[in-house]
Design a protein around this ligand. Sequence first.
Ligand code: IVH
Length: 703
Amino acid sequence: MPGKRCRIPGTMSPAPPSPLSPAARAAALRDAIRHHDERYYTLSAPEISDAEYDALMKELEAIERAHPELVTPDSPTQRVAGQPVEGFPTVTHVSPMLSLDNAYSEDDLRAFDDRVRRGLAAPAVAPDGGEDAAAGLVVPERVGYVAELKIDGLSIALTYEDGRLVRGATRGDGVQGEDVTANVRTIRAIPLALDGAPGGSLEIRGEVYLPRASFDRMNQEREEAGEPLFANPRNAAAGTMRNLDPAQVARRRLGAWIYQLATPMAEAPASHLETLALLERWGLPIEPHRRRCDGIDAVLDFCHEWADKRRSLDFDTDGVVIKVDERALRERLGATSRFPRWAMAFKFPPEQATTKLLRIEVNVGRTGAVTPYAVLEPVFLSGSTISMATLHNAEDLARKDIRPGDYVLVEKGGDVIPKIVMPILGRREPGVEPWTMPSACPACGAPLHRPPDEVVWRCVNTSCPAKLRRGLLHFASRTAMNIEGLGESLVEQLVATGLVRDFADLYGLTASQLEALERMGKKSAANLLAEIEKSRGNDLPRLLFGLGIRHVGERAAQLLARAFGSIDALMAATQEQLQVVPEIGPVVAEAVRSWFAEGSNLELIGRLRAAGVNLTSLAPVDEDAAVKPLSGRTFVITGTLATMTREEAAAAIERLGGRVSGSVSRKTSALVVGAEAGSKLEKAKQLGVETLDEEAFRRLVGL
Ligand code: IVH
């Protein structure tokens, strides 16, 4: 942290009794905080320490708590909105958020420049000032471009009304995105109010990113909590923006760079470079390494320069965006339905290195999937030393003919773990043999199976310790049962000592059992027990997700909990009823049904129930989403019923969530048969559709 270079009168020291009125002091604090936000986030040149910054914020919060009438919507305290949102409403962008065409080589960039210059060809002007028809069109020799770094984050559209930030939206499909205003307001680089911008509505676009340091910290925390790691800062930023809790978003410290003014403005500057300068004057963060390039050769220089220098930045960039600078020229070039013709993204080539594949080992996942991975001779690649690479599956290995002992080409794409591109066959030594998948699980020795239509081998032993370890880490993870302190080494010990053989065993652990484990003091044991105790009361979606049912992620767990309201109702659900839930398709439905069909799983639920773990939804069941006894079933009524009219019968079916149709088909669940039934009964018999007489029907609908 650089030393203090600038002091703003009356705003640095933590609140000696201020001679200013609360309103004036609050205003001074707001200005100071905004100033420091800009120094920190936009200019990367902070003037005060984090602690001093926090003291300013705390003082402002205290004034606003004491005088709520002084809170302004653009006050820095309003960045951290308290209330999690239910989902994100859809918003429509003022104009489509287009994508960019990609260039991968010097040739691609030169071809782009040719297209631009030909697109801008103008009739030749004769010496007398008239058009020289004979000379035809003149293609300009050089076009003025602006080269900018392509930020590897996610695009964002900001709306300012009369200078105040009123909305932040994701790109979505380009036409409509999601309203993530509450989250955007937590990003300190994005000003809540613009300085000197014209009135009316302005849409401004840019990229939100996660600084590398925040990414590393976040993945480290996730690793400690046993949660899956984010593959790269872009995925982490995207996941963060879609987080429903703005307070969590604020903690991640996202950054932003703005690259476009999307609202057409009569008084807009004539060039892109000037527009960026204007946006910067309004207080928006503009990436500082942009450069005006006259002609494509200067653009190529910029691309070569940054292909190397990019690792010195604290954010990821995956290329360079090249844009025609002059607004009038852009307008002449126009756009296709997907890309502007005046811009191009040059993608940096992925970085590769050659190293030796020492051996291939296998890893057993939570669902029992056994996947091979490569142990490499350590090699330096894209800023870090790598010693492991993913290998996907045995088939992929065989197809690429990768063998232990080979020299291989490794590449770091968008993933944390690099991948092997191909073996260098010219360097293969004699005696290097193909690899074969082990036939038994390396953790428990049970034979491995591969279903005929899948590529993944699995250990199907329900008590395999490797699966149990992974399963426990998932069960305890922050988005599942959120048991803090149950990390890898502890899980390892709990499984190895036999203290925990399934999730329910966690609830029977005692202080003395825990204290006997390595690196477990009295205090950590007590903390862990308190965490486990707290998790008993968790809401149903957390438990459902934590159980690790295949294909049931956080979202599916929420939908299922909302629709069924309890584990018991979910357990009793048929495949049809599961599929009635919006967004739940046949794959998830089948996975849920077969999980509950397994005796050992039912036993686990029984043991969790006995341990006092909450098995019901804490939120009231959503009536619209609720799955009722006849949900997903279609009935046809035929003939004359003795005790009710057809309308009454239909109403009874619909009240219980069923549907009534006029004709029998293979999809009909049952035919309700009254007196003098005719052709429908024949058809039902032909198709093997179940039939119900009036009495059976009355029982079914509880009349
Ligand atoms: S300009 C119509 N400039 O790249 C042109 N885009 O592949 C609008 N991106 O969705 C884009 N850095 O989110 C532009 N300096 C930059 C950029 C940039 C990153 C993203 C943008 C877009 C994607 C296209």
